[in-house]
Ligand binder design. Structure first.
Ligand SMILES: Cc1cc2nc3c(=O)[nH]c(=O)nc-3n(C[C@H](O)[C@H](O)[C@H](O)COP(=O)(O)O)c2cc1C
Length: 470
């Protein structure tokens, strides 16, 4: 660095100073070189001056984000879903006063919640004790123990678990009564033997957290065991392909559906997982291609790892997704002909009841289930250093996880959802959860009213007016 005499004032760096500074470059090497050299630093408190208070655009979170990017020289990767304010189910409310709902201890005997899903084309359907399922989450993103606890909880609550990407484990198969086997574009761990012992098959096209992108698993989580199940080299930053090599459009997709049905003797349902992007087109294709049901995931849906910008800004919100799906079916005179399981930011039975009233047939929960099972949102999911042993493959971290205890906690949470849905159904004067309907709802923000077409009733923003069922 040059200096200007005794003042020692700093000036522009010379070309010499700049040698060795890295520029952005695309990582193209295969194999074990396919890893970032500079992992994201663990989150730490940075003593920024909060000149802007809690402004949406300049705040501590934004400042930290800029700082971390400046240190790493690349975009950030993280777990969880979109965290910026977006129109959501919290922006709609039930118009009836439900503050007295849920007080009858025999409530569950009076409200019918059981449903079947997936018999549209003659398969043996899933038999769900309530319209709530566990969302697909991969063994890889989650530890073996966490996956097991979800499987056990799904059985205890009479609902279904989903393998997510990356294959089926024997113990998971044993623990879940009803297990859906998911097929992603990388076909990692996908095989005919596990197809045949599943209760449902699901083709993943995309997910709400990263529509148009495949799974992402950072090297630390690609252990020897995981690599063996997935059929890939150990210790690479794994990016699953974003599209199925043999599915270029709707006409290929229907062949895939037929292949799945043939491989399983037409016994089990075949569903499609869609991240909300071009929902109107996608839903019509799903109907045409004879899927039994759709799992539709909005922008608020979580993931184990994705680029932060994609998480926050790609896709459309869950509320808009369900509305577009319903509109798409109405446009072609097919209302009610394709069951929709909605997910993405559903955090309790109240959200679930609103989704059902809007027109979803069922919901699925990811984040709330893993929070119920001990997740403390330490935001180490993608790095694999999850302090409670959920989103990790490191045995030292995983041994902190108590599978039976957490399975019971997840089960409790699912039962709380059951109770809330039943309380709302009963409070609205119905005896079957299928009777929940749009007439029960109002929108509490102009955006939600515009998206859903519901009446705008800002007075219902008062949470005390919304609901006090528990
Ligand atoms: C740890 C984790 C792993 C996930 N893995 C998969 C996966 O393998 N396949 C998939 O379709 N979705 C996956 N997802 C997305 C969920 O299936 C679901 O779309 C999302 O979690 C729903 O939103 P919610 O978490 O707000 O309930 C994953 C989500 C999480 C949190």
């Amino acid at each position: 660095m040059q200096s200007l005499g005794s003042d020692a004032m700093q000036v522009e760096p010379t070309a010499e100073d700049l040698t060795g500074i890295r520029t952005f470059s695309k990582i193209v090497n295969a194999g074990t070189k396919l890893r970032y050299k500079n992992p994201e630093p663990q989150r730490r408190n940075i003593p920024f001056f909060t000149f802007s208070g809690t402004s949406d655009y300049w705040n501590e979170k934004v400042q930290e984000d800029i700082y971390i990017k400046s240190q790493m020289g690349r975009y950030r990767i993280r777990g969880y879903g979109a965290a910026r304010p977006l129109p959501h189910l919290t922006d709609i409310a039930f118009k009836k006063d439900l503050s007295q709902a849920g007080q009858d201890p025999d409530l569950l005997k009076r409200v019918e919640m059981r449903m079947t899903l997936g018999d549209k084309h003659g398969a043996r359907p899933l038999d769900l004790s309530m319209p709530v399922m566990i969302a697909p989450m991969s063994f890889g993103a989650l530890s073996r123990s966490a996956k097991l606890s979800l499987a056990i909880a799904s059985r205890l609550s009479g609902t279904a678990e989903n393998t997510g990407e990356g294959g089926m484990m024997d113990r998971q198969r044993e623990a879940a009564d009803q297990l859906i086997f998911q097929c992603l574009a990388g076909r990692l761990g996908w095989n005919v033997h596990d197809m045949q012992r599943a209760n449902g098959l699901e083709i993943y096209i995309s997910q709400g957290a990263k529509p148009g992108l495949g799974g992402q698993l950072m090297a630390k989580k690609v252990t020897r065991e995981l690599a063996a199940i997935r059929g890939i080299p150990e210790g690479i930053d794994l990016r699953s392909p974003s599209r199925h090599p043999d599915v270029l459009g709707a006409d290929d997709l229907v062949i895939k559906v037929e292949e799945f049905r043939e491989a399983t003797g037409h016994r089990i349902p075949v569903s499609i997982k869609l991240g909300a992007g071009r929902v109107r087109d996608d839903i019509k294709i799903a109907l045409k291609d004879k899927f039994d049901y759709v799992e539709l995931d909005g922008l608020q849906g979580s993931t184990g790892a994705a680029g932060a910008e994609v998480l926050e800004h790609v896709g459309i919100p869950t509320l808009a997704a369900i509305q577009e799906a319903l509109d798409a079916l109405a446009e072609i005179g097919a209302t009610g002909q394709l069951p929709i399981v909605l997910m993405g930011g559903i955090k309790d039975g109240v959200d679930a009841a609103k989704a059902l009233a809007l027109g979803a047939d069922a919901v699925a929960v990811g984040t709330s289930a893993i929070i119920a099972g001990g997740c403390i949102a330490c935001m180490q999911c993608h790095i694999g250093n999850c302090v409670v042993g959920i989103a990790t493959q490191d045995p030292e971290h995983e041994k902190r996880y108590n599978t039976p205890a957490e399975a019971v906690h997840i089960h409790h949470f699912l039962e709380a959802m059951r109770w809330q849905i039943a309380a709302i159904t009963d409070g609205l004067g119905y005896s079957d959860v299928k009777q929940l309907c749009r007439d029960d709802l109002v929108a509490t923000t102009p955006e939600a009213a515009k998206i859903t077409g519901l009446e705008y009733a800002p007075q219902f923003r008062d949470p005390n007016l919304q609901l006090r069922a528990s």
